[in-house]
Design a protein around this ligand. Sequence first.
Ligand SMILES: NC(=O)C1=CN([C@@H]2O[C@H](COP(=O)(O)OP(=O)(O)OC[C@H]3O[C@@H](n4cnc5c(N)ncnc54)[C@H](O)[C@@H]3O)[C@@H](O)[C@H]2O)[C@@H](O)CC1
Ligand SMILES: Nc1ncnc2c1ncn2[C@@H]1O[C@H](COP(=O)(O)OP(=O)(O)O)[C@@H](O)[C@H]1O
Ligand SMILES: [K+]
Length: 499
Amino acid sequence: MRHAHEVGKVREAEQALMAALPEGELMRRAARGLAAVCAPIPPRAYGSRVVLLVGSGDNGGDTLFAGAWLARRGAGVEAILAGSKTHEQGLRALRAAGGRVTADEAVIDAADLVIDGLVGIGGHGGLREPYARLAERTAASAAVVVACDVPSGVDASTGEVEGVAITADVTVTFGTYKPGLFVDPGARYAGVVELIDIGLGPRLPEPDVVAPHSEDIRPPRPSPESDKYRRGVLGLIAGSEQFTGAAVLAAGGAVRGGAGMVRFASVRPAVDLVRQRWPETVTTVLEAGDVADVGSLVGRVQAWVVGPGIGTDERAEALVAAALGSDLPVLVDADGLTVLARRRDLLRRTAPTVLTPHAGELARLIGADREAIEARRLEHVREAAAELSAIVLLKGSTTLVAQTGRPVHVNPTGTPWLATAGTGDVLSGLTGAFLASGMPPLDAATAGAYLHGLAARFAVAPHDRPGEGQAPISAYDVITALPRAFRTLSGDTTWAGPG
Ligand SMILES: NC(=O)C1=CN([C@@H]2O[C@H](COP(=O)(O)OP(=O)(O)OC[C@H]3O[C@@H](n4cnc5c(N)ncnc54)[C@H](O)[C@@H]3O)[C@@H](O)[C@H]2O)[C@@H](O)CC1
Ligand SMILES: Nc1ncnc2c1ncn2[C@@H]1O[C@H](COP(=O)(O)OP(=O)(O)O)[C@@H](O)[C@H]1O
Ligand SMILES: [K+]
């Protein structure tokens, strides 16, 4: 996992470390790391035109020291001192190395490299002038932009962006990742994030946010003792007279997600379609009076997924109530979430509940404003998990998974091409398969989001080559690419082949 810490925790750890080190050592480490990332950027240090945007705090100090290092290696370094004061030793170091100070902001236009040292973890609120103007000018320049610690204008703890911010190609961050580098909108401004070890690790407490690596994703694998029941039977309640496609897509996610068996229940037209496309499923046609008994009609399962395409009428409500009335893990998605918005009482249960809303669905569930959720995703997903007593997977440009008392998991895979009807249904079926296998719900949701996003990337650009073009995808393409996504995960060494 990549660990991210909020500003308060970073400052505490830094203070403890600073007390144990010679003065200025921490900044030296940060500046050296920043310069080392900048040096190889074409046309490389010697003869390149480097512009430093220097604010009044230590972020500006790091940037001045890094600029001095680059100047000693032959770069032409000019610093724009934008703050009300300037880090003195940093400025002395830059001048001693042959760097210059300039008031001419036009140097940004012709720069090869701009280093953003306006604000770091000390930033609050939208960028004030002249910082905002400098950020806009930088965005219009062809220079490579490297942000020091965080892109100025991005809230390091939350990823909020108020107004203008620096758009970086690379962000060089120190000691630990910051949540704002992982979570949108901030993540969009950060570019590639490089972590520099400044020795903070041992002093850091539990992270606030984590982003899994491929090796952290461990979907269940069958063992020689496995049979279809032990692998996990998923009960899936999806589709209605009006919406049948959602059922086919959710069933596909579950089948390709490795469920031992999918027991599918719905109205006749949805059952007919699911059987045609996924003959592997065991189906139950629900007649008008059957909904309350769905559990016993379907047979034994280890987890439920309820919601995709079920509609929002009384019948749908009874289906959601029946699933949540069980003592099994239940994932509620799509229409099921709309039903829950008026029946929050159904969430009072002891078995785990996983909710998979997009921002609009979450807005209805917690009575918040959709735009506010998009702007402050981290805050809202945490609040929702606490308020709804559930594991909440908030979909969107960065998918977040929150469980109270645990760091928020942020999904590193995915692509904006996923924003197309039906892909969410695939995710709920896939995650449901993991729940049915007995995976802890936070891990199941994290693995679901990861593999779903990876499959989407493979569908968009199947050859996985740099520079390869991308094409629009359908939700079905995501299902088709799931096996390939699974195969990228670290292998199971116990497999000896047949015979
Ligand atoms: N504390 C430490 O031990 C270390 C800190 N380091 C660097 O120090 C940085 C933090 O330094 P500081 O605490 O001095 O804070 P910053 O340099 O991030 O920013 C503080 C200054 O920016 C101004 N400011 C804040 N928000 C603004 C806005 N929206 N518009 C315009 N001006 C704004 C403040 O008034 C203040 O003068 C880190 O991000 C990192 O780059 C590194 O050197 C590593 C060690
Ligand atoms: N801008 C975006 N960037 C990346 N992924 C996105 C973006 N917008 C939506 N997604 C993803 O697309 C999927 C859409 O799901 P959802 O909104 O439930 O659609 P549907 O209900 O039509 O299936 C989710 O996995 C979500 O995380
Ligand atoms: K910065």
